[in-house]
Design a protein around this ligand. Structure first.
Ligand code: SAH
Length: 270
């Protein structure tokens, strides 16, 4: 049974300072709890200020909305209980601009800046189910974006290496994941079309942008027995599940059609 993660954060403000993520803070305590343990963690390093950053509070309203989101995923055919538990545990509204808080648990993508979007919950669940994450799996994600998909993988016990080509998204999401205490997620700023050779091989690789072709380095960096889940195509993408059978053999399964933001080469510092 996968350990579900629940993050309860209590910010103590002094002198009326509003302690939202991304603001300079004077004093802070937050608690990370799970079903089985309760521990305090030291405050993370000072964060870059982020406009309209979400307040990191998870109240009963959010929890109720999350439960309804999970019920809707079940109705759409997601039946993997570990994946559903992870999606019930991770607050999606933490990963969105504050303006979208009321809609965070709808099955929709939303803008996250740099013309990119957070994937819709069904797509996150779908790709995660096909990865068949086991506790301790080393997982490479190409396309960090908001960090939500990485958080779901971490909640399932994966060691996540996530790569982003947009510098602003890389910084903001790295800070957010640190703030939330996701110690098993490591963020990298680079072009993911070359993978992450120094951390290979990976048990699982997930690409969260629509690629014109399957980048060869990703196949090479897959462990034998490993799985790559990648949407491939121009305007509409076919989700491919590629299993590495041996050093030279790969088995490809063609799944459903999706629409992703494009997989682009090179990095962007805009
Ligand atoms: N997994 C993300 C989805 C973000 S959208 C989430 O949960 O929010 C896809 C992301 O892929 C975008 O942030 C985009 O900048 C990034 N991307 C596209 N091409 C890339 C590449 N070659 N290398 C790394 N990241 C890439």
């Amino acid at each position: 049974m996968v350990e579900s993660l629940i993050f309860a954060r209590r910010s103590l403000s002094e002198g009326g300072v509003d302690l939202t993520c991304g603001q300079k803070y004077s004093f802070k305590t937050y608690f990370r709890t799970s079903f089985f343990n309760f521990q305090t963690t030291p405050p993370p390093p000072r964060l870059r200020r982020v406009k309209n950053q979400q307040k990191l509070t998870d109240n009963y309203r959010h929890k109720g909305q999350r439960k309804r989101m999970v019920d809707a995923l079940r109705r759409r055919g997601i039946s993997d209980e570990a994946v559903l538990a992870a999606m019930a545990a991770v607050p999606r509204h933490f990963f969105l601009d504050r303006d979208f808080e009321d809609h965070a648990y709808e099955d929709k993508p939303f803008p996250i800046g740099c013309e990119q979007t957070i994937s819709q919950p069904f797509t996150v669940a779908y790709q995660t189910v096909h990865l068949n994450i086991k506790n301790g799996d080393r997982v490479l994600e190409i396309g960090t974006g908001s960090g939500y998909q990485a958080a779901i993988l971490a909640a399932l016990g994966a060691k996540v290496f996530t790569v982003e080509r947009q510098e602003v998204l890389y910084f903001n999401t790295k800070n957010l994941l640190d703030e939330l205490g996701f110690k098993t997620v490591k963020c990298f700023f680079r072009d993911g079309s070359k993978g992450l050779a120094e951390k290979a091989p990976f048990d699982k690789i997930i690409v969260t942008a629509g690629a014109p072709v399957v980048p060869e380095p990703l196949k090479e960096q897959l462990a034998i027995g490993g799985i790559l889940v990648i949407p491939v195509g121009e305007s509409v993408q076919k989700m491919l599940k590629i299993k590495r059978i041996s050093a030279t053999e790969f088995q490809e399964e063609r799944l459903d059609d999706f629409r992703f933001v494009p997989f682009l080469e090179g990095v962007s510092r805009k």
